[in-house]
Design a protein around this ligand. Structure first.
Ligand code: 3PG
Ligand code: MG
Length: 398
């Protein structure tokens, strides 16, 4: 890891441009989940205690280079003030007159939030002109937006090449946790990959089988693997045209010494709705008019044993249709097991991805995991073994 931390750059008296990800869910003007805001508090407070003046750069939604008033960052000011415990000023543009004036007027003990970087078309194009204009506002650049680091944008990538740059505390924590889980982990390493489709997680599965000792496959994508073994899954969600791909993944895993675990028993129902009448059957006994909606208790037992024999766990994707009870049972039970082993310090557990975090929160297990990433897409790309441009740009600097 070649990037610098906040301890390795001089911030005293400096205007510090901080790229944050405050792309939080908002309903009727109110933030409904402030996790991403809470997670950047240490960075903002650290910069201030080191004598720096934080100026926040961020995106919100996907305005695609237009000024879309509904995607303004201004309504987030009260939530930021509450989290930081400092006054937060706002500038109506992230470059030009409004930004320069606001930076000039910024006092020690205040934070400045600049308007949505994606209101400029140059942001997503990583336009060097836009990066230079943003860069001219400050003296140091800090990237604390791991969850936007898979985007090579002006405020995540371009600007890092212009100013002395460092990782913020959240970025630092994310990178250290992820490195510990997949870079140089304590073995055996187990990955849980669930979710609907194999096709969206091909690169991820391909990368994982080469790196982990056990791969537990759940959710709709497990059905595709069952189909690949010649098993009839009735009306279950499955990508039947991906069966050959699933076979290739199984062969690659075998060659790499990675053991793939599919559900041995499954919970089936005739309707996809909460409380639907259901039964548990062997994985090859799904009735023709039913669909698999969860892994069964024998599968959970096997998963628990794998967890017990692992030192590191990486989790992305639920094991069943976790949104509707009782088809959340396998996800909840496996999550509880991982949480218990983590509390007992027998397991290092890392999870990420929007659905995954929602499922682990619902299971009440997230708080016991060693690390829960704030990232969705960036977490997936990291699991795929891809270089994240926002991180690479910090590396180049040092
Ligand atoms: C996210 O919420 O996933 C990040 O903020 C990145 O947003 P994006 O997917 O619109 O680039
Ligand atoms: Mg996204």
């Amino acid at each position: 890891m070649a990037w610098k931390t906040l301890d390795e750059v001089d911030l005293d008296g400096k205007v510090v441009l901080v790229r944050v990800d405050i792309n939080v869910p908002v309903e009727n003007g109110k933030v409904t989940d402030a996790t991403r805001i809470e997670k950047i508090v240490p960075t903002v407070q650290d910069i201030m205690s080191k004598g720096g003046k934080p100026v926040l750069l961020a995106h919100f939604g996907r305005p695609k280079g237009q000024v879309v008033p509904e995607m303004s960052l201004e309504p987030l000011v009260p939530a930021l003030e509450k989290a930081f415990g400092f006054p937060v000023k706002f500038a109506k543009d992230c470059i030009g007159g409004p930004a320069k004036e606001a930076v000039g007027a910024l006092q020690k003990g205040e934070v400045l939030l600049l308007e949505n970087t994606r209101f400029h078309a140059g942001e997503e194009k990583n336009d060097p002109m836009l990066a230079a204009e943003m860069g001219a506002l400050g003296e140091v650049y800090v990237n604390d937006a791991f969850s936007a680091a898979h985007r090579a944008h002006a405020s995540t990538e371009g600007i890092a090449k212009i100013l002395p740059a460092a990782a913020g505390r959240l970025m630092e924590a994310e990178l250290k946790a992820l490195e510990a889980a997949l870079g140089d982990p304590d073995r055996p390493v187990t990955a849980v990959v669930g979710g609907a489709k194999v096709s969206t997680k091909l690169d991820l599965l391909g990368n994982l089988v080469a790196k982990v000792d056990h791969l537990i496959i759940g959710g709709g994508m497990a059905n595709t693997f069952l189909v690949a073994q010649g098993i009839d899954v009735g009306k279950s969600l499955a990508e039947r045209d991906m069966a050959d791909t699933a076979k290739e993944i199984m062969e690659k895993a075998k060659a790499a010494g990675c053991k793939i675990h599919l559900p041995v028993d499954v919970v089936v129902a005739r309707e996809f709705k909460a409380g639907a009448e259901n039964e548990t059957v062997a994985n090859d006994a799904c009735p023709a008019d039913a669909m698999i909606l969860d892994a069964g208790p024998k599968s959970v037992e096997e998963i628990s044993k794998v967890f017990e024999n692992s030192r590191t766990l990486i989790w992305n994707g639920p094991l069943g249709a976790f949104e509707i009870a009782p088809f959340d049972a396998a996800t909840n039970a496996a999550a509880a097991k991982a949480a218990e082993l983590t509390r007992e310090e027998k397991l290092i557990s890392v999870a990420g991805g929007g659905d995954t975090v929602a499922a682990l929160n619902k299971a009440g297990a997230a708080k016991d995991f060693s690390y829960i990433s704030t990232a969705g897409g960036a977490f997936l790309e990291w699991m795929e073994g891809k270089v994240l441009p926002g991180v690479a740009a910090l590396d180049q600097q040092s």
